[in-house]
Design a protein around this ligand. Structure first.
Ligand SMILES: [Zn+2]
Length: 195
């Protein structure tokens, strides 16, 4: 029996979009989620693996592009520190340690309070780097209470970023069909071994 979507790319695309929408974060936080997912772990394609690609990605997402190779390296390290924080949001790893590792990235950026006549005070990046813009979004999402729901999949080799929009904030996996079931099967095997 062929797949339900076989020969119907439009239906496949619609299904993919539904899946993507269910992972999406509200407002500007979606940009942070997409940034963390620019690499498909453990060894999938990486949209930040060259200066040219990273510039294109940043520009197409409304961010200032990295200036040079060193800046790109910093951006890639920033991405993994963000991922550590999202992993901690999922109850894994060490959140205080990851926040400490975030500190050097702040030293390289400038953010300040600005007045937005429509909404009051807001944090504004003073330099045009992508890190400052992303940090401002993280800060804002903490105030709004959305940050804690931005998570990295609990499977260490996956750690795909998704927004947990379940009622009781209990979603631990990017996909129950893949990572969730693998984890369950592994726990079952371990239990059986212990008998
Ligand atoms: Zn996963």
């Amino acid at each position: 029996m062929s797949s339900y979507f076989a020969g119907d790319p439009a239906a496949q695309r619609a299904a993919d979009l539904t899946k993507a929408a269910s992972d999406a974060a509200p407002g500007g936080l979606e940009l942070v989620r997409r940034f963390v997912n620019t690499i498909e772990l453990p060894n999938g394609p990486d949209e930040l693996d060259s200066l040219e690609k990273a510039r294109a990605w940043c520009l197409s997402h409304g961010l200032a592009p990295p200036r040079n190779g060193a800046h790109l390296e910093q951006l890639r390290a920033f991405r993994e520190t963000l991922r550590d924080l999202l992993f901690a949001n999922n109850g894994e790893g060490d959140a205080p340690g990851a926040w400490v590792r975030m500190q050097p990235f702040l030293a390289s950026t400038r953010l300040s309070l600005a007045v937005n006549p429509m909404s009051g005070l807001e944090l504004k990046p003073e330099d045009k780097g992508p890190i400052a813009s992303l940090l401002a979004v993280v800060y804002e999402s903490q105030l709004l209470g959305a940050w804690a729901r931005l998570r990295a999949c609990r499977k260490p080799s996956c750690r795909f970023a998704y927004y947990d929009s379940t009622k009781n904030a209990s979603r631990a996996w990017c996909s129950m069909a893949t990572c969730g079931n693998q984890a369950k099967a592994k726990r079952r095997r371990e239990r059986e071994r212990q008998r």
